[in-house]
Design a protein around this ligand. Structure first.
Ligand code: G6P
Ligand code: MG
Length: 211
């Protein structure tokens, strides 16, 4: 990995298990709307922004929704999600996360965060790791969510590193697609059958290595 100058991490499902909380919050909303929701469907939502995820869920609903109704549902999901993450602390870091961040720092890499979550700053703060990043993309400034490359390209630009000299770390199919569209090297975290587009796949960050 000697040729790389920067690493750009995803947050949810890579550094902490908030992917579980997004799943629970969307499941409650979907079922209240009469839409079947399971882990397989949720896999398509990972890395997809809030309104994009809502649209995918409501596409299976028997009824139509006005823009106001959709906004109200997205707000309701986010309120539930915020309740679920309210008690997060450094104990919620996934195994290997701190070690991976510290190994990147020790290797002299710039470290960025590219999450489309508008709760990312709060989550980083609760985990006590805000200071470990040189740059965190503000999801509110991104026009096109993953799989578009915009968020990874913005992180690279702000870190002052050319995209081919960056690698991204992602747990979501849409996130890996975003990294590859940005012409970066992609480390997938999870199941290699799901993250087939990644350059390599590790089961979790305890297997993260710069060798
Ligand atoms: C991440 C998660 C998605 C979530 C999105 C928006 O990408 O993987 O599941 O929908 O962030 O999160 P937000 O906190 O803004 O609703
Ligand atoms: Mg993720």
């Amino acid at each position: 990995m000697k040729e790389f100058k920067a690493v750009i991490f995803d947050l949810d499902g890579v550094i902490t298990d908030t992917a579980r909380y997004h799943y629970l919050a969307w499941k409650r909303l979907a079922e209240a709307q009469g839409v079947h929701f399971d882990e397989a469907f949720n896999e398509h939502l990972k890395g997809i922004d809030r309104m994009g995820s809502l649209d995918l869920i409501l596409a299976s609903s028997p009824r139509g929704y006005t823009a106001e109704e959709k906004l109200a549902l997205a707000t309701e999901k986010n309120e539930h999600y915020k309740e679920l993450i309210a008690t997060m602390s450094p104990a919620d870091l996934l195994p290997g996360a701190i070690e991976a961040l510290d190994a990147c720092r020790a290797a002299g890499l710039k470290i960025g965060l590219a999450s489309v979550s508008r709760n990312a700053f709060t989550v980083l703060d609760s985990l006590g790791i805000t200071g470990k990043f040189d740059y965190v993309v503000d999801a509110g400034t991104i026009a096109r969510g993953k799989p578009d490359p915009e968020i990874f390209l913005k992180a690279a630009r702000e870190l002052g590193v050319a995209p081919p000299e960056c690698f991204g770390v992602e747990d979501a199919v849409a996130g890996v697609a975003s990294i590859k569209a940005a012409e970066m090297y992609a480390i997938g975290v999870g199941d290699p059958r799901v993250l087939a587009e990644a350059d390599i796949v590790i089961p979790d960050l305890t297997a993260f290595s710069l060798a």
